[in-house]
Design a protein around this ligand. Structure first.
Ligand code: URA
Length: 237
């Protein structure tokens, strides 16, 4: 656990501006291990030290892990000048300075998206080397056939020559399929179907590894998960 300055620690945990926290610390609102601390640069070990600010005990979490049911029309980015981003949908109590989506879903794609400030975890989730499965429900403008299922299994070659890994295609209803891929190239699913002459009308991510979007999580809603819960689902499914 890395040590942190008292003002930064309190400000991050309670989502209060650093300048307000500093004034509070000078006024004697911060208590560390039972002692009032007025030094804003006092060094804190969030796992060991007991910190109370303005009467509230602070429970330290080094990183935050958020699962979002992404709605249509929202950008997969940490910030944007004018357009709404997935980070705008995170409730204030879960918001932190450095949170960002883990990979991207297109603006018109819906479904499971992770958001975190843990860069190593995010990297592991999207690294092609880890071969984590991503499962999507796709509404198409036509039906698939056995030949397409075989082509996807053998590895689709995109229009620009990029070779995709083997993908599983399952027909679940007329013009509706589930596709399971283990990589995340730009517009991958749409481009894969483009090679067999099919257009994607709707795209919804239902799972990443063994982590499936909970049915109770409505479009636009977020929930917090722990790192170990996520790792168990995603990496040891
Ligand atoms: N593939 C796409 O084409 N778009 C997405 O949003 C995700 C996968």
């Amino acid at each position: 656990m890395k040590r942190q300055r008292l003002d930064k620690y309190i400000s991050n945990q309670l989502i209060i501006s650093r300048s307000i926290v500093r004034k509070g610390i000078f006024r004697g609102l911060a208590v560390v291990n039972g002692e009032v601390i007025r030094d804003i640069a006092f060094s804190i070990d969030g796992e060991k030290d007991r910190v109370i600010y303005d009467g509230k005990e602070i429970g330290y979490k080094e990183y935050v892990y958020i699962l979002l049911n992404k709605p249509k029309g929202v950008l997969s980015a940490a910030s944007d000048r004018s357009r709404e981003t997935v980070v705008d949908l995170v409730p204030e109590y879960l918001k932190r300075q450095d949170i960002a989506p883990v990979g991207r879903l297109d603006k018109d794609t819906t479904g499971l998206l992770l958001i975190t400030d843990d860069g190593v975890f995010a990297h592991n989730c999207i690294s092609p080397k880890k071969e984590i499965t991503k499962s999507y429900i796709v509404s198409l403008d036509g039906d698939i056939n056995d030949e397409m299922v075989l082509k996807f299994k053998q590895g689709i070659v995109l229009a620009d020559g990029t070779v995709c890994r083997s993908a599983i295609l399952e027909r679940i209803a007329p013009c509706k399929v589930r596709i399971i891929i283990t990589e995340g190239k730009y517009h991958q699913v749409k481009r894969m179907f483009g090679t067999v002459g099919l257009g994607v009308n709707e795209l919804h991510r239902e799972s990443i590894g063994g982590l499936t979007l909970p049915e109770t999580l409505k479009s636009g809603e977020c929930m917090e998960m722990t790192k170990s819960e996520l790792e168990k689902c995603i990496f040891n499914k």
